[in-house]
Write a protein that binds this ligand. Sequence first.
Ligand code: TRP
Length: 340
Amino acid sequence: MTTDAAPKPAARPSSLPVKPRIYSGIQPTGRPHLGNDLGAIRNYVALQDRYEAIYCIVDYHALTHVHDPEVLRRQTLEMAAALIALGLDPERCTVFVQSDRPEVTELCWLFNTVTPVGWLQRTPTYKEKRANQPDDVNHGLLTYPVLQAADIALPKASLVPIGKDQAPHLELSREIVRAFNARYGVTFPEPQAVYTEAPTVLGTDGVKKMGKSVGNTIEVLAEPDVIRKQVMSMVTDTQRIMRSDPGRPQVCNVCQMHRFFGDDYEEIWEGERTARTGCVDTKKLLAERIIAHYAPARETYRELMADPVRLRRILDEGAERIRPIVEATMTEVRERMGLR
Ligand code: TRP
């Protein structure tokens, strides 16, 4: 007996998982940067205890734009090691590589047959990609959202933590699932987005969102000297020319970043406003704080990258853990569609 005063949870049908199942896919972009961590990964870490969480490194999706096998393999492992180093605990959530559960490609094909081409042609990201890589408008780019719907539906996840930029994809996932359910009977929950209050982290240029392809990143898991160099290159308040000019913390990207690395940012801002401190001081402090904050993660990351056998084993276990869930879904789907 427990004397705990917390209210008893309402009884649930035994077929439903005790905690809602969440799923999110992460592109294998290699070692993540500050924007990845503050914008998404921190949030994945926070969700792993509240939900039954599945996180997948989506290497099949990456094939629509990464064509070098060595690069893909390396970046997949780097992302895996980083996710674990930054706090995803393989004991408390499932971390796996998409191509380790190839059933998703079968579900993707089956979903293709309930998805009108028009829906895909209208997808904003498809239009963007067509403009950005005009020499490589492969069919994978068009089908990308169908594979994403299959990712989510395969473990019957009902919640999907994503950034706002993924809203159109999630809407399509919902429509595809709805189309499947309408034709073959209710099989999948309609997935819902969990938009997190993730800040948009600007890059070192202070203008564009931090991104690897823009080249304006702070690589939090890199060697301290790399971080120092990247932080020192940051653009601050462009109207503060002289050291004696008052700074404007609300428009200074360095000041804004201090919010995430200490409770005393108001004080730091005050120093800028009154020109007691200069931009260089504020940057140096930020660099040291980032280095210190990520020191344990940097160490774990280094250890995992130095032990690919161990890393591979963790990922294999992740893929193995969801095998029964995936197989049950596929058996049901094949049956409903007349394949067995
Ligand atoms: N499209 C997502 C991105 O670019 C990655 C992704 C693939 C995903 N499958 C998913 C996200 C399923 C959420 C759920 O970031």
